[in-house]
Design a protein around this ligand. Structure first.
Ligand SMILES: [Mg+2]
Length: 222
């Protein structure tokens, strides 16, 4: 487990082994491990910058349309960013290469270890679904910009689609301040995908900060 820092499982029940000094625990009791991590039942993920190392793929269409690379920012709804830059969304999408972005190192192992999971992304659906298909990823729920009325993403619709009754049993994994706010709005936990170096600079004290994708599995119920 390479959790860098962060409180665990807001609102989740914790199990602990009683200390030897507590009533009912005799001298023969073994040395106890007191700290037991709270766990989440399942995870919902942002896609770009979280599971996919997609900065270059996302920037390429803007650059091809004449936007200086230094002006490209990430984590936005494409339609909003195109409006800001004075571009047509279709011109952007025509130039977006759905084969260009690769998973971050360790993400394939993480995905292989997930039982029930979801994607919640600002990406245009046809692009995101094409990438999921290419990668052979089969989340139980995958919601994209169109599912949020054009965006920005919200986590609650994913919880509804998953049939989740207790938002606190879910951790949303993302790479931006907006992802953190989306998790808070929905009442889920939030884990920062700090394997993305840009995300690692955004860590706040209450975040679960994950150094490696596989570390998330340690926060999920077996
Ligand atoms: Mg992202």
């Amino acid at each position: 487990m390479h959790l860098l820092r962060g409180a665990l499982g807001r609102g989740r029940p914790e199990r602990r082994v009683p200390r030897p000094s507590e009533p009912g625990v005799g001298d023969a009791a073994p040395a106890a491990v007191v700290v037991v991590l709270s766990r989440f039942a399942l995870a919902v993920f942002d896609l770009d910058g979280t599971l996919l190392d997609s900065d270059a793929a996302l920037a390429a269409p803007y650059v091809a349309l004449g936007v200086p690379a230094s002006e490209v920012t990430y984590g936005h709804v494409v339609a909003e960013e195109c409006a800001r830059l004075g571009l047509a969304v279709d011109d952007y999408l025509d130039r977006y290469d759905v084969t260009a972005a690769s998973p971050y190192a360790g993400v394939e192992e993480l995905v292989a270890g997930l039982r029930r999971w979801a994607i919640c992304s600002n990406k245009v659906g046809r692009c995101g679904r094409a990438e999921l298909e290419r990668l052979g990823w089969r989340p139980d729920v995958a919601l994209f910009a169109e599912d949020f009325g054009g965006g920005p993403k919200r986590v609650a619709p994913a919880l509804d689609a998953l049939g989740v009754d207790d938002p606190a049993s879910v951790v949303f994994v993302g790479d931006t301040a907006h992802d953190r706010a989306a998790a808070a709005e929905a009442g889920t936990g939030f884990a920062l995908a700090a394997w993305n170096p840009r995300a690692a600079t955004l860590a706040e004290p209450a975040d679960l900060v994950l150094a490696r994708p596989i570390d998330l599995l340690g926060l999920l119920m077996a």
